[in-house]
Write a new protein. Sequence first.
Length: 407
Amino acid sequence: MKSPHVFLCLLTLLTLPIATAQESVELPPAVSVDASKFDSLQAAIDALPASGGIVTLPPGTFEISKPLVISTPETRIEGAGASTHIKNLNDSGEPALILSPSNRAKDPKARLWRIQLGNFRISGNEKSGDGVHAEGINEIFIHGLSVDHHGGNGIALIDCYEDPRIADSIITYNKDAGVLIQAGHDIVVNGNHFEENQDALRCLDSFNLCMNGNNIDDHLGNGVVIENTYGSVLSGNMIEECNGTAIILDRDCYGITLSANVIAHDMEGGVDLRDAHGCAVSANTFTLVHQFSVRVGPNSGRITVTGNSFSNSHIGDGKEKRLLEHENPLQIDMGTGVRIEGGSHVNVSGNTFTGITGSAIFADGKASKNLIRGNLITDWGRNTAGDVPAIAVPTENGNIIDGNLID
């Protein structure tokens, strides 16, 4: 027999009000600001309450001489595409946009959450500062921006620790880095165009950079510089015609994968592992790279270099697409391989080296305990005086060389 308490509980439940799908929950009113109704862009931004909202920017060129400051969370600044043009005329090194908590100067730990910028152009001049300068913004999202011709960085994210994202933007002709990230975590930089900045991207003192599907071209310095960062991946990027090096890992980098990138026409080198450990360089294509395609420096070790293609401009039938001599050094036919300069515990296996100037794999007398196995090497020693070995690695110091196909 059921207890009377059970029936009492059932009766209580049946008498409770039941929420229906038609009932609405009262939410704070959305705040939408039309910047065309204000005397200035800053006035429109200042019209947002402390809770944030959206500011819609109309088409037109808006000349500014001091930074636009955004200091509310949960805020989106939305333009009308490239026809919305913020032009920074400042000539004293100030940014075009500053995103920062209002009390940041007094409290370096102050944070704002979820500021978004989308679909407009920001340009500067040689004497202006950064295009976008953000400090202490968590979950910042930059999408569809054109950022060009600034005297500083195109986009600088400083201590934007939680989940910064830059996607589908074009970042060009900035005198410093296209993107500077310092002290970030779980970073996404995807599907952007970088052209003719000093360096394309610098990622410093950070964690978990995910950089995929970007096109990086014609840089005055280097392509991607990563320092004091771990647990990151660069994949599917096109890195072409850097006057410096395509990818640099330095200052205690570890646990980073560089995979499925095309690295071409870079003047100094392809991948320079200056201070890197436990990293993989795999399935990349290196073509027309000068000086070296992969370099492992004396402060680096425990590196895997596998499944890569190292080549010149050979197109079959004994023909090369590029010339042996050209007034522009980047246009000269060139193929380079792997250099181990003092590095240790490097596994170079399963790679293909073709059309190589000098030796395909080189190690100096300080390189130790490296494994060179299962590589295919043909057409090496091009444009080199005298005979050079395909693999110039000393057999002492614990280095092992076997199972390579040398034709």
